[in-house]
Design a protein around this ligand. Sequence first.
Ligand SMILES: *Cc1c(COP(=O)(O)O)cnc(C)c1O
Length: 408
Amino acid sequence: MNDQTVSRKTFDEVMVPCFSPAPFVPDRGEGSRVWDTEGRDYIDFACGIAVTSLGHAHPELLRVLQEQGSKLWHIGNGYTNEPVLRLARQLETLTFADRAFFANSGAEANEAALKLARRVAFDRHGADKFEIVSFTQSFHGRTFFTVSVGGQPKYSEGFGPVPGGITHLPYNDIEAAKRAIGAQTCAVIVEPVQGEGGVIPADPAFLHALREACDAHGALLIFDEVQTGVGRTGHFYAYEDTGVTPDILTTAKALGNGFPIGAMLTTEAIAAHFKVGVHGTTYGGNPLGAALAGKVVELVSDPALLAGVRARGEAIRAKLAKINERFDMFKEVRGKGLLIGAELNARFAGRAKDFNAAAANRGVMMLIAGPDVLRFAPSLIIPEADLDEGFARFEQACNDVIGVAGSR
Ligand SMILES: *Cc1c(COP(=O)(O)O)cnc(C)c1O
């Protein structure tokens, strides 16, 4: 059965059609390069979705995979293991947190955070303090609770009654937040940069206002750093650069560099409400994922690496500015570090997908964030030569879409 011939076409015959993958099939990767099954190469400005932040086949991660892989993969939460204890220590040394819960994905980390916030409010204040405040266009995962909390109604419609007690407010609107957060609020969940929603950074004053409102009303502040975390913004976690400390932080995506792992980080006092049996997971905290994440955290928390993220982010902004001079295609370029969104101007409204497809055709993997925003999330250690070549290819792709006479 192993020699069965499969191709992109097979996808439509064997897979649940909730994705629409690119016409080519990636086969192997090294650093910021990926090759498809036909041997064509791509420069990876996507990293999955901001996941493989240390690139593909990183030698130190391969070594950990082999070492831990030949030692112990899984043991269950009836036992603990050294890699997960070391990982928790590392994350707690780097952050405000002093307790960690491990899961397998961002959605599960958020599910744990939201359940914990509800339980804390229940224990401390009683059954009536359950309201969760979230923001329009936010994204927190695809479990039913997390899509309901997320601010994109299309993801929760058509699945029956949504969980109650969830309020959506406009993002970056301080007055709306001050009006809505009150005695009934148990938690506010916010992305420091909305990723899926269009790469929209939070105004620091907005985050400060959320912190004040939460403190005034005994609500917990949850930062969803699933996309912004683990170095992506040029800080290990984005909150460090906002002057605001959350009560709970969720992290996943880049944490395992592609090995599925997520975490919820919090304080001892809050964590105490998840007593034995109140929450759980089968795979969460397994030694293989924890060992890999431990190496990722060690490598990414290096200040020199983080400075490199900020420098590369500036370099990309300069490249996008030049491309914009040539084609006049962007209304705004925004984001933080190596999470960059370029919003198309009115002339190209709704055409982000076309640019994405043209880029793939020229040998660049990139992302979109909604119909109008091109999203760039390359490896945090992408070599300069790959950045240069990738943007040269991307410029050709823009020319393919826009078709300006006299271009290469
Ligand atoms: C991707 C993402 C999630 C969901 O993570 P999964 O691993 O897909 O469950 C949650 N929140 C944010 C901000 C994300 O970008």
